[in-house]
Design a protein around this ligand. Sequence first.
Ligand code: NAD
Length: 253
Amino acid sequence: MRLKDKVAIVTGAAQGIGYSIAQRYLAQGAIVYVADIDGAAATSAAEKLGSSAIPVICDVSKKSECVALVEKVMNDQARVDILVNNAGILRTGDVLEISEEDFDAVLGVNLKGAFLLSQAAGKVMVNQEGGGSIINMSSVNSLLTIPNILPYNVSKGGLNQLTRVMAVSLAQRGVRVNAIGPGSIATDMLNQVMEDEAARHAILSRTPMGRTGKPEEIADVALFLATDESSYITGQVIYADGGRLGLNYTSPV
Ligand code: NAD
C-alpha cells in the first residue's frame, strides 16, 4: 500500500499504458481519476478497475476541461497528490506535407495538454501538505528523429523541456516533475503495427532486449516516481526502452 489514500489523476487512462498505471496505483491504495476524452471507454475502464477508480471525460487540449477536472477532484477529495500526463496522439506524414491541423492536434494534446493540466494541478499541489508529483509520458522519440512523425517528435522533445523547467520552478514548492520515456510498448496500437512482419522485424531489431515492453513495465516506473522512494528525483526523464537509446552510442568498430 505505497499510495494509501493518495489521490491521482491519470489522463488517457481508458486503455494502454494509462490504464496499466491506474491499475498499479489502485493496487497500492490510491484513489484514481480515470480521465479520458472517450467518456464511454473511461467508464468501462473504471468499472473494470474497481470502486476507487472514478471516470471523468476530459479533453486535455482544452484549458476549461483541465481546470474543470482539477475542480472536480478538489470538490470530491480536497487534494491532488499525483498527476500523470499520459494522454497522447500520433499523426503521420512527410515533413513537407503534414497538415497544420495535424501539427496543432498533436502539439495540443501531447504538449499543451500536459502544460495546462500541470498548471491547474500544480496550483493545488503547492498549497497542500505533502506537495505532489507530476509525471509526463514522454518517449524515446523525444530524442530520436523519425521523419514521418515530426509533430510527435517535436511534442515529446518539448515535453522533456516542460518537465525540466517546471521541475526547477517548483523544486522549492514541494512539487516534483519527472517524465518517463518508453520505447516500443505492446499496447493495442503497437500490436497492430507488429502484425506486419517487416515492421515487427524493424522494431525488434532496434531494441537490444529483443522484445517489446509491457504496459506494466511502464506502470512500475510511474509508481516509483509517484512515491517518496523517488523523493530526491526531479526534472528527470527515465527511459524504459529495452536498451533502445543505447544503440545511438554503438560504434561498428
Ligand atoms: P493509446 O492510444 O493506447 O491510449 C491513449 C489514450 O489517450 C486513449 O484512451 C485516448 O482516448 C486518450 N486520449 C487521446 N486524446 C486525448 C485527449 N485529448 N484528452 C484525453 N485523453 C485523450 O496510447 P498508449 O500506447 O497507451 O500511449 C500512452 C502514452 O504513452 C502516450 O503519450 C504515448 O505517446 C506514450 N508512448 C507510447 C509508446 C508505445 O509504444 N505504446 C511509446 C512511447 C510513448
